[in-house]
Write a protein of this length. Structure first.
Length: 488
């Protein structure tokens, strides 16, 4: 289910038109027509952030939506004010089943202020278009029941064709990530992930390799094989390559298509959201798709270890010792700390085979990240100051905040094992950091950054609450990494 984002005259051949402005531009709103002037004059619309009002008129476009962008003092910044206000307007229009086409007019100074936080006016308009597309997203497998209402078209003013193409590229990447993460485990298991990757490679002309069990065994990828061994669906490592020239970048995305916890079985309630444990891999797919469509000047490889973590007679067990691709031996302290094992093999393989200038990984890795930061920011850890700074700035520009945590050597002591080189868990305390310290053992000293997206990869009870995340998967990380790649 999807509509289309376009640019052009927002007041022609539409069912509704939305006007976006901040508190400082109420006079601009009042100049639109007498009806808007009357509503604003009464104080019934103050342009607060996410505030919307629906008006009806007899002449011209029959429905008018006013959507607020808040004030200059909003902590989220101007470009996020723009995104949120545009998305709120789209959400308001979607509540009206008779509205098929929505026009959006953005007050000029808001675009200019947003432009100052990024790469100029065209970039700011692109951000608004992507937010509109995200707010118009719905995932539905309804066979006979009523499907969610999606607008057939959202038209933004101002904008041009070049901006539109860039916005569509990023929006497609986010949609792909959300679709893959939202898909249930019986559809998007490791086999389904491989099929999705092959379809993407065929459509965009990407290189693709998939390592199945026989090759994983010959390479010694003990982490992927151990975690995936309990499932009837074989594990695999999916590798997509985009060659745009420039810096070599490797992105590893965790794709546990369903996480039952292995023999350290999760309680039933905790399993209800575990189809989202493939969100890191989903983001990696979205990133390479967007980079290819944008024709970014980078050589990008996406590595997606795809497994199911299930209990069976073939499952790996607590206190087992497994050998990883780079020769490190790992004592299993908990089979539900599986993501770091599959990520470690993929990181080590990427470091050795591709020798990237930059390594990134995205994973719904720890509940500790949610305890530390809630559902409003990803946890960021890195072994490289310059990369960490660039990624943190890219995350802020993208509206996907990341907060940096330390990776001091002292945390490694929590991972010590008496029978192997390391344990896969470091105890209850600083769990988000010890997980990152485990991954760091497999990057061969290359510049690397880790994003733990466990709190933000899908809409949970406590957020993230944004109008461009109606429900389900968020696609978190796609926009951040694209911003980083552009900055290179």
């Amino acid at each position: 289910m999807r509509g289309s984002i376009v640019v052009g005259n927002a007041r022609e051949s539409v069912d509704a038109v939305a006007y976006i402005a901040g508190r400082e531009k109420l006079d601009w709103l009042r100049s639109i027509d007498p009806l808007v002037d009357h509503v604003v004059g009464l104080g019934d619309f103050r342009a607060e952030l996410e505030e919307t009002v629906l008006l009806y008129r007899r002449d011209g476009v029959p429905r008018v939506i006013l959507s607020g962008a808040g004030g200059e003092d909003e902590w989220i910044g101007h470009v996020e004010r723009l995104r949120v206000a545009v998305a709120a307007a789209v959400r308001r229009a979607r509540r009206l089943k008779s509205v098929k086409r929505l026009g959006i007019v953005v007050e000029e100074s808001l675009v200019e202020k947003a432009a100052g936080e990024g790469a100029g006016k065209a970039w700011a308009i692109e951000q608004a278009l992507v937010a509109a597309d995200m707010a118009n997203y719905a995932y539905s497998l309804h066979g006979r029941g009523e499907k969610p209402h999606v607008l057939a078209e959202v038209r933004l003013e101002p904008g041009d064709d070049e901006v539109l193409e860039a916005a569509r590229a990023v929006a497609e990447g986010v949609r792909l990530a959300r679709d893959v993460a939202n898909a249930p485990a019986n559809i998007m298991n490791p086999e389904g992930l491989e099929q999705a990757a092959r379809e993407l490679a065929s459509r965009l002309g990407l290189g693709i390799r998939v390592l199945h069990c026989e090759e994983l065994e010959s390479l010694g990828m003990g982490g992927i094989l151990a975690v995936g061994g309990g499932s009837d669906v074989e594990p695999r490592l999916i590798i997509l390559e985009y060659h745009g020239g420039g810096k070599r970048v490797a992105v590893v995305g965790k794709a546990v298509a369903f996480d039952a916890g292995g023999l350290d079985l999760k309680p039933p309630q905790a399993m209800l959201e575990m189809k989202y444990d493939k969100s890191g891999g989903a983001a990696a797919l979205g990133i390479v798709a967007a980079a290819a469509r944008l024709r970014l000047p980078v050589d990008l490889v996406a590595l997606i270890p795809a497994v199911e973590n299930m209990p069976s007679g073939r499952s790996y067990k607590p206190l087992d010792v497994i050998k990883m691709y780079n020769g490190v031996t790992v004592e299993i302290g908990n089979t539900d700390a599986e993501g770091r094992l599959i990520m470690a093999d993929a990181l080590a393989y990427a470091a050795e085979r591709y020798k990237p200038d930059i390594m990134l990984d995205l994973a719904t890795l720890t509940g500790a990240a949610v305890v530390a930061l809630g559902n409003h920011a990803a946890a960021l850890m890195s072994n490289n100051e310059e990369l960490a700074s660039k990624l943190e700035k890219a995350a802020w520009r993208a509206g996907e905040p990341a907060w940096r945590l330390p990776t001091w050597p002292v945390y490694e002591k929590q991972l010590e094992s008496k029978t192997a080189d390391t344990n896969n868990v470091g105890g209850r305390w600083a769990g988000v950091i010890t997980a990152a310290k485990f991954l760091e053992k497999f990057v061969d000293g290359r510049p690397w950054a880790h994003l733990d997206i466990a709190g933000v990869a899908w809409v949970q009870e406590k957020g993230p609450w944004k109008p461009y995340y109606p429900s389900g998967a968020t696609g978190w990380g796609v926009r951040t990494v694209i911003e980083l790649l552009r900055s290179l």
